[in-house]
Design a binder for this molecule. Structure first.
Ligand code: BGC
Length: 620
């Protein structure tokens, strides 16, 4: 498929842009400074202990971060109630402006029990199928709106250049053009043809810009690439990392999140050239810019600030003590709304002070509020009868078979057949007995990866519904084939085929940065054991990035890269048995050894990789 990268600037009005600017102006004129700043404030629900704050501070938004679930539980009904209560509080504020409520529905409504979990973007990149990506995003939007929520911090349009980065799987590809193609499809699907529709959610292209191009931090350790520095010239930054944004803007994306990371030592969250000159002026972005989680806290040299830095989340982010300066820098740079935790009241007070002291111009505040209200108008949230409430019809479809069917198809299309000696696959007629092994064979959590139910994901049966690869094999086996299983590959005597599901346990940002991407010794030993037992061996790799296969690349008779397929493991088995064709093509170059990592930050290609970008075998 020809992939066209459009980096051409086009300031044409995005399709969602309504003619409500007069109405917005009238509202802005009525607002007090405190109300304006309230609109610009987005606390995590976990930090708002007193719900009256939503009303008295006229908060414009709230979010539930990766692990911020309703106290009552994590089912759809809990979320619908939780959201409704907060929205009702917002409507009681003086001007009654509704909250725009955000979550990380990055592969389905992935924080909720029973939601359909789709493959992470790295797998979708292998489908090369924008229509399918759009359909997945449409379904995600419907599952999100079932809970009442109307905003997701997705899609990531990162272009990861170093697969040691723990967010590699959030990117569609190492190829800027493919990222632009699929990122735009995701925006179209999430926002729908009519952004004010009951089934549409606001999308958020992230993380602007260069999140996937950071250099390895000296000393390594956790977060050794995450939130780091991108050290390339502007032409390279644009050629590689800007790719997803112009097309997403043209498709009408209403929000964009600046990256925690820096470009040549300057944090994107405080970079006026990037946020105002490039994003808003040059690219014509008219929606609003939302900061990353407490990202603005880092703007005043937090690394050197030893005045008792506190931890604000499980990742132990460092926070500056000169919060006021941080606010000044970021708002003046062009940040419109700030995502934060317990400092929300402090933020509101300090930003008002900055305006009163003339350090942040009122015109900047009015611009930010206008942008936020523009999105709320475009979404129909300001209509006389707005669609603000959890949708009953959509609730009945939440986690449905119809949604799972699309996810299963996406899984099958994302699987890449890397090796197939003696045409071992597809196994159209199952033998009398198959022995299954490996750490990932019966682990729904490992299939789903990070950003699933919790921030970092979890192992095991973390959500109801869905099928592990082992379950799916048992289903197709019926009564005629015996499926036996041991994680370590022992007790395979009498089997005629071995299937080993290897890979990585779940992780998300920071914690997923890894120096060495070798398979675990346990997985490698399981493959060796089945091989030594004389069986033909199929290896299925569950991972958020290419892994170093080592001897397994030789020992395996067939290899399938299944990425992080999500809840519908049956899609992997569809390819294994030939119920679905093998059509996936690598969205990333697959290196032979760690010496070939990283890819290079100026668009270099790896010489002689194990499998090149775009590689994938077919059955015919
Ligand atoms: C991540 C974002 C995410 C946000 C809200 C941050 O830590 O970098 O991608 O949208 O949290 O959960």
């Amino acid at each position: 498929m020809a992939v066209v990268l459009s980096n051409v600037v086009n300031a044409a009005s995005p399709p969602w842009l309504t003619t409500s600017d007069d109405k917005i102006k009238a509202i802005v004129e009525k607002m007090t400074l405190a109300e304006k700043v309230g609109q610009m404030t987005q606390p995590d629900s976990g930090s708002v202990k007193d719900l009256d704050d939503i009303t008295t501070l006229s908060l414009g938004s709230m979010l539930s971060g990766g692990s911020s679930d309703p106290e009552s539980g994590n089912k759809l009904s809990d979320w619908a109630e939780f959201y409704t209560e907060r929205q009702q509080r917002a409507l009681k504020s003086r001007l009654g402006i509704p909250l725009i409520y955000g979550v990380d529905a990055v592969h389905g409504h992935s924080n909720l029990l029973g939601a359909v979990i789709f493959p992470h973007n790295i797998g979708l990149g292998c489908t090369r199928n924008p229509e399918l990506v759009e359909e997945i995003a449409r379904i995600t939007a419907r599952e999100v709106r079932a809970s009442g929520i109307q905003w997701t911090f997705a899609p990531s349009v990162a272009v990861p250049r170093d697969i040691r980065w723990g967010r590699t799987y959030e990117g569609f590809s190492e190829d800027p053009a493919l990222v632009a193609l699929l990122g735009t499809a995701a925006v179209r699907g999430l926002q729908g043809a009519d952004l004010s529709g009951e089934e549409s959610v606001a999308a958020c292209a992230k993380h602007f810009i260069g999140d996937g191009g950071t250099e390895f931090k000296p000393g390594g350790g956790e977060g050794m690439l995450d939130q780091g520095d991108v050290r390339v010239d502007e032409a390279t930054l644009r050629a590689i990392h800007l790719s997803g944004y112009p097309d997403a803007i043209k498709a009408g994306v209403v929000t964009i999140m600046p990256s925690y990371s820096s470009w040549n030592g300057v944090k994107c969250s405080g970079n006026k050239y990037l946020l105002t000159d490039v994003l808003k002026k040059e690219l014509g972005f008219e929606g609003f810019v939302i900061s990353d989680y407490n990202a603005i806290d880092q703007l005043v040299s937090p690394e050197t600030d030893d005045s008792a830095p506190e931890s604000n989340n499980a990742a132990g982010q460092v926070r500056s003590s000169d919060y006021k300066k941080c606010i000044e820098i970021s708002i003046n740079a062009g940040m419109d709304m700030v995502m934060l935790t317990d400092r929300y009241k402090e933020f509101i007070t300090l930003l008002q002070e900055l305006v009163e002291e003339g350090k942040v111009p009122m015109s900047r505040i009015d611009d930010a509020v206008t942008r936020i209200l523009r999105v709320k108008f475009a979404m129909g949230m300001m209509d006389a009868e707005p669609n603000l409430w959890p949708n009953k019809k959509l609730q009945s479809e939440f986690g449905s078979e119809a949604h799972r069917k699309v996810a299963r198809q996406a899984v099958a299309e994302s699987v890449v057949l890397l090796k197939n000696e003696n045409a071992l696959l597809p196994v159209r007629k199952l033998p009398r007995r198959i022995h299954v092994a490996g750490s990932g064979a019966d682990d729904l959590g490992m299939q789903c990866g990070g950003w699933t139910i919790g921030w970092q994901g979890d192992r095991g049966d973390l959500t109801p519904g869905g099928t592990t690869i082992l379950d799916a094999l048992k289903e197709v086996a019926g009564n005629t084939t015996e499926i036996s299983y041991t994680a370590d590959g022992s007790q395979s005597d009498g089997a005629e085929l071995g299937i080993v599901v290897v890979g990585e346990g779940p992780y998300a940002e920071m914690k997923g940065d890894r120096y060495d991407l070798a398979l675990s010794q346990e997985d490698t030993a399981a493959v060796a054991k089945l091989k030594a037992a004389g069986l033909p061996v199929v290896v299925i790799v569950l991972s958020g990035r290419p892994m170093i296969l080592g001897d397994v690349a030789d020992q395996a008779d067939a290899i399938l890269a299944a990425w992080l397929p999500g809840t519908e493991g049956a899609g992997v088995v569809d390819v294994l048995t030939g119920a679905a064709p093998a059509t996936g093509r690598l969205s990333f170059t697959w290196p032979r050894s760690m010496d070939q990592v990283p890819l290079g930050h100026s668009g270099e290609k790896i010489e002689n990789p194990l499998y090149p970008f775009g590689f994938g075998l077919s059955y015919e």
